[in-house]
Design a protein around this ligand. Structure first.
Ligand SMILES: Nc1nc2c(ncn2[C@@H]2O[C@H](COP(=O)(O)OP(=O)(O)OP(=O)(O)O)[C@@H](O)[C@H]2O)c(=O)[nH]1
Length: 271
């Protein structure tokens, strides 16, 4: 029996916490359960209470004050502290079986690029706690529907994918903010885009001396197959359900679900 964990990643303000809450809400309506593991030591209160909260172990404000660090340095300190105290995480997580744990991560890009704290936590969850994990990487739709920003967003998603080596789902959040028909039409080209065509578009907006660089980046994004995004309308249950079914699929949730005891079946039949 393994348990399912979803690492919810993406830049600050991309909608990670909202996504976690909408997944929980939706799962409740279909008779399933999920919990939030808050890994952001600077998190704001959330609609659903955190089941596990890093702030019970260490607080960003305390670290900033006591060690005289800025917010980014203090965040890294908090994660290094968590790594030294993984038994705390083990105890807090306890025995959640057949339920999703959504690991709501901070938005600081450093965590996904050049320090190994998240990979170490991921490995611990997989090896010591037997989690079946995937990563969802959120980017804001209004930000990404612009060729140059599409590449910058794709590269940040790609760096998380390479760093964590997990089944990876890219999500375009805040779709409701693209209201006009022109924007919606444009958006379609970014859900399943052709990076090489987008590079031509980016070239029209950039100085010619960067055209070769644009082409190389487009080729890289194309080669890694980092070009699919699932649209998320947080308030639309169908949209949330589609993303959930992708998560179920890559984490093999159905295969991992605890088989029902014959007695459980009888009780259900008798209801
Ligand atoms: N219109 C709209 N706003 C959204 C959506 N999702 C999130 N927001 C808003 O965007 C802001 C940031 O959302 P959060 O869910 O806190 O984003 P986050 O990625 O968890 O942010 P950090 O924890 O700071 O990294 C909040 O004001 C949300 O209400 C959405 O789907 N549509």
């Amino acid at each position: 029996m393994s348990r399912v964990g979803v690492m919810v990643l993406g830049p600050a303000g991309a909608g990670k916490s909202t996504f976690c809450n909408e997944i929980i809400s939706h799962m409740q309506t279909i008779g399933r359960r999920a919990h939030i593991v808050n890994l952001d030591p600077a998190a704001e209160p959330s609609k659903y209470e955190f089941t596990v909260d890093i702030r019970d172990l260490i607080s960003l404000d305390d670290v900033m004050e006591e060690l005289d660090l800025g917010p980014n340095g203090a965040l890294i300190y908090c994660f290094e502290y968590l790594l030294k105290n993984l038994d705390w995480l083990d105890e807090e997580i306890g025995d959640y079986n057949d339920e999703y744990l959504l690991f709501d991560c901070p938005g600081q890009i450093e965590l996904y690029t050049h320090i190994p704290v998240l990979p170490n936590i991921v490995q611990h969850l997989q090896i010591s706690l037997n989690f079946s994990l995937c990563a969802t990487y959120l980017l804001e739709a209004p930000f990404i529907v612009d060729s140059s920003k599409f590449f910058s967003g794709s590269l940040s998603a790609m760096s998380a994918m390479i760093l964590l080596e997990l089944p990876h789902i890219n999500v375009l959040s805040k779709l409701d903010l693209i209201k006009d028909e022109y924007g919606r039409k444009k958006l379609k080209r970014f859900l399943n885009p052709d990076p090489l065509i987008l590079a031509d578009e980016a070239n029209q907006e950039t100085n010619p001396r960067f055209h070769h660089l644009n082409q190389c980046i487009a080729q890289l994004v194309d080669d890694f197959g980092m070009v699919q995004f699932l649209p998320l309308e947080a308030k639309n249950p169908d949209s949330v359900n589609t993303i959930l079914s992708y998560i179920d699929d890559v984490t093999q949730w159905a295969e991992n679900a605890e088989p029902k005891e014959p007695n459980d079946q009888i009780e259900i039949d008798e209801m």
